[in-house]
Design a protein around this ligand. Structure first.
Ligand code: NAD
Ligand code: TDX
Length: 339
C-alpha cells in the first residue's frame, strides 16, 4: 500500500511515520509537508534514505502540487496531519489556520475524489468539543458531544471535520475522523506546554504558567495515538468518528511541578502569567468506542511516558536548541515578553 502522510515533518506526523515504517515495512510512505516553522526536515533524517519513503515539500492548499503527487503515487490511503496546530498562534493570527486547516483539507479530499482512494483519514482534536467544568469530573467527551469551539484553532479543526463528513455523505468518500486529546513525547515543538517547560527548566528560565495553572488536559503518549490511527485506517468503519484519549487528566501546574522535580530545578522558576484568551478549562475523552470496536487502549502510563520524554529532550538538545535559537526567539518575546 502507498500511504500519503501530510504534516509528517511535525510532531505527531513524524512519530506516525516512524511507527508505520517499523510496523508495516511493506508499505510505501510519502510525506507531504510545507515545512512551516513547525516542520523540521532533520526529524525525518533516520528514514530519508529508506527506499520505502519519499519526502515532498508542498503546501496542502496547492492544488496543482497535490494533484501531481496523486498522479505520481496513486495512494491507497491519505492521513492528514498537516495543520496549524498552536492555539496561542491562532489567537494572534487566525487567517492561516482557516487556510491550511479548512481549505487544505478540502484540497486533499478533492484529490482523493478525483484519483480514487481506499481511505481518507482526518486527524482531529478533542478541542472541537469545547471544554468541561472542573466541578463535574463525571462528564467526558463522547463522539456524540456537540461541537462547541473556543479558539480560532478549534473552530478551524471543527470546520474541517464537518467538511470531511460532508464529503462522505455527498460524494461517498471513504473517510474516518479521529479526535485525540493532548499528545506528548519526542519531537514536539517547544512552543507547547511540556517541551517549553523542559527547555526553560534546562535553561533556568521562568516557567510561564497561564492563569492559576488549574486547567486540566488529558495527556496521551504520542505512540499510543499513532497506534490508534493505524488501527482506524485499517479496521475503522468509514463515515465514523473515533475519540482517542488516555484517561489521564492532569492540571497544568502539576505537570510543571513534576518537570521541575524530574530535572532537579526549583519551583521558584514558576511564574504565573496572564491567562490565554478563551482558555478551555478541562478536556476529558471517553475512549469507549475505539476500545470496544477496535480493541484500542493506551499502553504508556504517564509516569513512564513523561520520564521517557524528558530523557529524550536531554539526549537531543541539538534538536530543540537549534529551534529555540532562531525565529522562535521573536515568537517568545512577542508572546511572553510583556505578559
Ligand atoms: P505540528 O505543528 O507539530 O506539525 C504540523 C506539521 O504540518 C508541520 O510539519 C508543518 O510543516 C505542516 N504543515 C503546516 N501547514 C501545512 C500546509 N499548509 N501544507 C503542508 N504541510 C503543512 O502539529 P502536531 O502537534 O504534530 O499535530 C498534527 C495534527 O494532529 C494536527 O492536525 C493537529 O490538529 C492534530 N492534533 C494534535 C494534538 C497535539 O496534542 N499536538 C492533539 C490532537 C490533534
Ligand atoms: O506557556 C504555556 N503556559 C501554559 O500554562 C503554554 C504554551 C501552555 N500553557 C497551558 C495552556 C493549556 O491549558 O498549558 C495547556 C496546554 O497548552 P498547549 O501545549 O498549548 O496545548 P493545548 O492548547 O491544550 O492544545 C494541544 O492539544 C490539542 C495542541 O497544541 C493542539 O494541537 C491539540 O489539538
Amino acid at each position: 500500500m502507498t500511504i500519503i502522510v501530510t504534516g509528517g515533518a511535525g510532531f505527531i506526523g513524524s512519530n506516525f511515520i516512524f511507527y508505520m515504517m517499523e510496523k508495516h515495512p511493506e508499505d510505501r510512505i510519502v510525506c507531504l509537508d510545507k515545512l512551516t516553522y513547525a516542520g523540521n526536515l532533520s526529524t525525518l533524517a533516520p528514514v530519508m534514505a529508506n527506499p520505502g519513503f519519499r519526502f515532498v515539500r508542498a503546501d496542502i492548499c496547492d492544488r496543482e502540487a497535490v494533484f501531481r503527487l496523486f498522479e505520481e503515487e496513486h495512494p491507497d490511503i491519505v492521513v492528514n496531519f498537516a495543520a496549524e496546530s498552536h492555539v496561542d498562534r491562532s489567537i494572534e493570527d487566525p487567517g492561516v489556520f482557516l487556510q491550511t486547516n479548512i481549505l487544505g483539507t478540502q484540497t486533499m479530499m478533492d484529490a482523493c475524489r478525483k484519483y480514487g482512494i481506499k481511505r481518507y483519514h482526518q486527524v482531529g482534536t478533542d478541542e472541537v468539543y469545547g471544554d468541561l467544568p472542573l466541578d463535574r469530573p463525571d462528564l467526558f467527551f463522547t463522539e456524540k458531544t456537540p461541537l462547541r469551539t473556543s479558539s480560532p484553532y478549534s473552530a478551524s479543526k471543527a470546520s474541517a471535520d464537518l467538511l470531511v463528513q460532508a464529503y462522505h455523505r455527498t460524494f461517498g468518500l471513504p473517510v474516518t475522523i479521529s479526535r485525540c486529546s493532548n499528545n506528548y513525547g519526542p519531537y514536539q515543538f517547544p512552543e507547547k506546554l511540556i517541551p517549553l517547560m523542559i527547555a526553560n527548566c534546562l535553561n533556568d528560565k521562568p516557567l510561564p504558567v497561564y492563569g492559576e495553572g488549574l486547567n486540566v488536559r488529558d495527556w496521551l503518549y504520542v505512540e499510543d495515538h499513532c497506534r490508534a490511527i493505524d488501527l482506524i485506517i485499517r479496521e475503522g468503519k468509514t463515515g465514523e468518528v473515533y475519540n482517542i484519549g488516555g484517561h489521564n487528566e492532569m492540571r497544568n501546574i502539576d505537570i510543571v511541578k513534576l518537570i521541575c522535580k524530574e530535572l532537579g530545578k526549583p519551583e521558584s522558576l514558576i511564574t504565573y502569567v496572564t491567562d490565554r484568551k478563551g482558555h478551555d478549562m478541562r478536556y476529558a475523552i471517553d475512549p469507549e468506542k475505539i476500545h470496544s470496536e477496535l480493541g484500542w487502549l493506551p499502553e504508556t502510563k504517564f509516569a513512564d511516558g513523561i520520564v521517557r520524554t524528558i530523557r529524550w529532550y536531554l539526549d537531543n538538545r541539538g534538536w530543540w536548541e537549534k529551534i529555540i535559537s532562531g525565529e522562535y526567539q521573536n515568537y517568545y518575546e512577542k508572546m511572553y515578553g510583556n505578559r
